[in-house]
Design a binder for this molecule. Structure first.
Ligand SMILES: *Cc1c(COP(=O)(O)O)cnc(C)c1O
Length: 426
């Protein structure tokens, strides 16, 4: 696309945007009486207008049906989650049975490590990205300790080369090969929260399997953002939250993926609960646990229907939009436009005032651009906020801006870049 730095051009792109009406399906915070320009879907997606109704429907079911709500009504609670797994499995490129919805993200990371991190004295190492989201770091270190290993000798973190901001796939694969004999698990983010780099999950999975280890991914920043093909890539397991690009509410419910090749593996450990028991026999209250086939066998507890209702409100919008392919098509253009405009500011100033550390290659990123501010970083961020641009701040000098195809427009991206340019006007 040959972008132009004019308002008319941005408005033209909005006119041609087949998803332009989806914006009206969301509630947008106000700034001085007008809609703020919300570029923070990487942290918390906006509220679907329908969310309240979906919750109210369940209040009504609870009121009229009480315990019978599990078995009767329009959407019996016992199987409510199954109404979501079709859409959700499409979003992460999985078969329906490979996906279930339960708990929150860090909890699921632990539960999946119970199954897929089984260190032996020969194979005990874990490879992860350096600078991972802290919760992942804490989860991995605590699992390693739980198994009686020393995190320092067990966890290998991969960092960018000197002078570089993101990882090279070849370096990830070299590290996997180098530790192949002792490797138990490779556990990466799908997209790094800080840099916005989308890792090559397919290549990482392939190299991991050749080394004889399991490959798992935390897709918090990838699910609902980029095209992911968990099944076809042979990924062993994955988990994600629903409140970032999937707009399902603060602290919203999490999803997990377990590849079908593991469904019959009876050697896998798991922490079991009654909701994961074979569904047809669950209410016979048997003494011995027998796992339901598929990812559903990892469930522990009664489904939290209110959280599922929020998630359903949001996933129904993905369904109406035609899934991730059209969203991603717009997203590439939208983020590309923001990149073009920011580079334009640098060119005007003859200085790289705003250095984008997110990869330039669109296959190596999602919505988000992470921008290092060379001067007055915090003041620049505050200026954006004062002018109704909601992004987010990461110490020491990074602003993350994420145009989201469901609810952001090209005009908003143009406005955001104009205000960023204003912030450095002499
Ligand atoms: C957002 C995020 C989390 C948050 O985990 P919760 O358990 O939902 O609080 C964890 N890991 C990554 C990579 C994230 O981006």
């Amino acid at each position: 696309m040959n972008y132009q730095n004019t308002l008319d051009f941005a408005i033209q792109l909005d006119k041609q945007d087949p998803l332009k009406d989806f914006r009206s399906k969301f509630l947008v915070p106000k700034h001085n009486g007008n809609d703020a320009i919300y570029l923070c879907g990487n942290s918390l997606g906006l509220q679907p207008i329908t969310a309240q109704q979906y919750i109210n429907d369940q209040f009504t079911n609870w009121k009229h049906l009480a315990i019978e709500g599990f078995f009767t009504g329009n959407d019996p609670w016992l199987s409510y989650h199954k109404k979501l797994t079709n859409t959700l499995s499409g979003i992460v490129g999985a078969k329906s049975e490979e996906v279930t919805i339960m708990n929150s993200l860090t909890v699921n990371l632990h539960l999946l490590m119970v199954s897929f991190y089984r260190p032996t004295n020969k194979r005990f190492k874990i490879i992860m990205e350096g600078g991972a989201f802290p919760s992942d770091q804490y989860a991995i270190v605590s699992q390693v300790r739980f198994h009686g290993y020393d995190p320092k000798e067990t966890i290998i973190e991969i960092f960018p080369r000197g002078g570089e901001d993101t990882l090279r796939t070849e370096d990830i694969i070299d590290t996997i090969n180098q530790h192949a004999d002792e490797l138990a698990l490779v556990l990466f983010g799908g997209i790094n929260y800080y840099t916005g780099q989308y890792f090559n999950l397919e290549a990482i999975t392939k190299a991991t399997h050749e080394a004889g280890a399991y490959a798992g991914f935390d897709l918090a920043h990838a699910a609902g953002n980029v095209i992911v093909k968990l099944h076809d890539w042979g990924v062993d397991f994955a988990c994600w939250c629903s409140y970032k690009y999937m707009n399902s509410g603060p602290g919203g419910i999490s999803g997990i993926f377990v590849h079908e090749k593991h469904f019959t593996d009876t050697t896998l450990n798991r922490f079991a609960g009654w909701w994961g028991h074979r569904e047809d026999k669950r209410f016979l209250m048997p003494h011995d646990f027998e796992a339901e086939r598929g990812a559903a066998g990892w469930q522990l507890s009664t489904s939290p229907i209110m959280l599922l209702a929020l998630h359903k409100a949001a996933l129904d919008i993905f369904e109406q939009a035609g899934g991730l392919v059209p969203l991603r098509e717009k997203s590439e253009l939208l983020t590309g436009y923001l990149e073009f405009l920011i580079n334009g500011i640098n060119e005007d100033k003859n200085d790289e005032l705003f250095k984008i550390i997110t990869p330039k290659n669109i296959t190596d990123r999602g919505c988000q651009l992470s921008i290092v501010c060379k001067q007055n970083a915090k003041a620049t961020f505050n200026y954006l906020t004062e002018n109704g641009i909601i992004g987010d701040w990461r110490e020491p000098n990074v602003i993350r801006l994420s145009p989201v195809p469901l609810y952001n427009s090209f005009k908003q991206v143009f406005e955001a870049a104009r205000i960023l340019a204003d912030s450095v006007r002499d």
